[in-house]
Design a binder for this molecule. Structure first.
Ligand code: ATP
Ligand code: MG
Length: 416
């Protein structure tokens, strides 16, 4: 086993193959959400069998997988069954228990490994890692302080006034803007920390954002690395609303640096699998702005969903290739694209009642690709699906995106 906690050597698992006992080549995934579902689709298209472990009988990935093990993530019998069925195992959600990955890694290649997933699950360790590779990447994170004790809170209040106004973020278990409180002054900071239950947090300086972007990197067991060009992301209420993926979506010099930084972060981690690194473009007085690294996700990412329809290899294809030990083709984007997230709100009336979106009109627009995740219950803010628009040129993609957003009542396109 390597220092990163996974079985180091992987003999490639070729699609469509079977072992001596006749067991078909099967890839496993811990977690059954939409990311797992799209991984399963990509694996199945190549001819793999798939196994999903998720306690929910109706999980998006469980519904479409050959095998669905319905147990808790900690259940030893469930984990043993997943390992028994699968030649290699990946994960699809950020807060997957590290012990589960460790248990699986005793007998099967697991990518990404428990150690790196653990770093990404904890903002304190994540920022320390970014700081450790800042020299290489030439990009730093937002100024911050760790708050784990009342003494640290007081020290920050007394000595780190430059971090206010700021955002207090829980070190663990935050996503889609949850576990975050914006604070203006020292009194609000103390109240916010109490409100978050006094758990380990980081206080980050509030930065003047000009834009946000993210980069997807895929790295194989042998260290081969490929990446996608950065996509520009628009968030509404802390949740990704729109991804712009086309040439000219951001200044080329910044795009190059973000890509370089993301690759170097993946390499420093000895990462295996698909990694998404999020960046802020900050107003630093220059015309283009400065680049700041925000956080990373040890898996494919919502901002990379456009790759399914706009690239010759998607982020999920690359997740399959990395896991199975196949060569990694440099992905090529063949169409400009805009991705619109479809949250549960699209299915809800102002009064809270259910409605059916006007798919007939939306799907009659050229270059629209609808992806729904098979979730039965629409709730505000719940990720139900996404719509990617591709076209022959950026102007036409933008025009269709505007019309689709109008038909569905989607926010986040004001800057088009
Ligand atoms: P997700 O997992 O959905 O990406 P998250 O809950 O982990 O999100 P962050 O990415 O840290 O949280 O923050 C969510 C959003 O809040 C960012 O995309 C950005 O718009 C805003 N934000 C976060 N930190 C800062 C900051 N230091 N300055 C300004 N805006 C910020
Ligand atoms: Mg984020």
């Amino acid at each position: 086993m390597s220092a990163a906690g996974h079985v180091a050597a992987l003999s490639p698992v070729y699609p469509g193959s079977a072992d001596a006992a006749g067991q078909r080549a099967t890839l496993g995934v811990l977690g059954g959400g939409q990311l797992g579902r799209m991984f399963v689709h990509a694996a199945q298209r190549l001819g793999y069998f798939t196994a999903v472990l998720d306690p929910d009988a109706q999980s998006p990935a469980g519904l479409v997988s050959h095998h669905h093990i319905q147990t808790d993530y900690h259940d030893p019998a469930g984990l043993a069954q997943l390992a028994e069925l699968s030649q290699a195992i990946t994960t699809e959600f950020e807060n997957v228990p590290a012990q589960a990955l460790q248990a699986l890694a005793l007998t099967r290649p697991v990518a990404p490994g428990a150690a790196v997933v653990g770093i990404a699950q904890n903002r304190i360790e994540e920022k320390a890692h970014f700081a450790a590779c800042a020299d290489l990447a030439g990009v730093s994170c937002a100024p911050y302080a760790v708050i784990e004790t009342p003494a640290q809170l007081q020290a920050v209040q007394a000595e780190r006034a430059e971090l206010l106004p700021g955002i207090l973020k829980t070190a663990r278990l935050g996503y889609d803007g949850k576990g975050q409180v914006r604070v203006q002054n020292a009194a609000e900071l103390a109240a916010a920390w109490a409100e978050l239950g006094g758990v380990a947090c980081v206080l980050e300086k509030m930065l003047p954002l000009m834009a946000e972007c993210s980069v997807l990197v895929a790295r194989g067991w042998d260290g081969q690395v490929v990446s996608f060009a950065p996509q520009r992301n628009v968030h509404v209420d802390g949740i990704l609303a729109v991804t712009h993926a086309y040439e000219g979506n951001m200044p080329p010099a910044l795009a190059d640096r973000a890509r370089e930084a993301a690759v170097s972060i993946a390499q420093h981690l000895g990462y295996v699998g698909v990694l998404c690194v999020e960046f802020f473009v900050v107003d630093d007085g220059s015309a283009q702005g400065g680049l700041v690294v925000n956080e990373m996700a040890p898996r494919p990412h919502n901002s990379g969903h456009y790759t399914l329809d706009a690239c010759d290899a998607s982020q999920f294809d690359l997740q399959v290739y990395t896991l199975a030990g196949l060569p990694l083709p440099e992905p090529r984007q063949h169409s400009p694209a805009i991705m619109l997230n479809l949250l549960g709100d699209v299915w809800l009336n102002a009064g809270g009642g259910q409605r059916e979106p006007d798919w007939r009109s939306v799907l009659s627009l050229p270059g629209t690709h609808l992806h729904l995740y098979g979730k039965a219950q629409a709730r505000p803010g719940r990720k139900m699906g996404h719509l990617t628009i591709t076209g022959p040129d950026v102007a036409r993609v933008k025009a269709v995106a505007r019309r689709a957003a109008g038909l569905l009542g989607l926010p986040g396109l004001d800057d088009l």
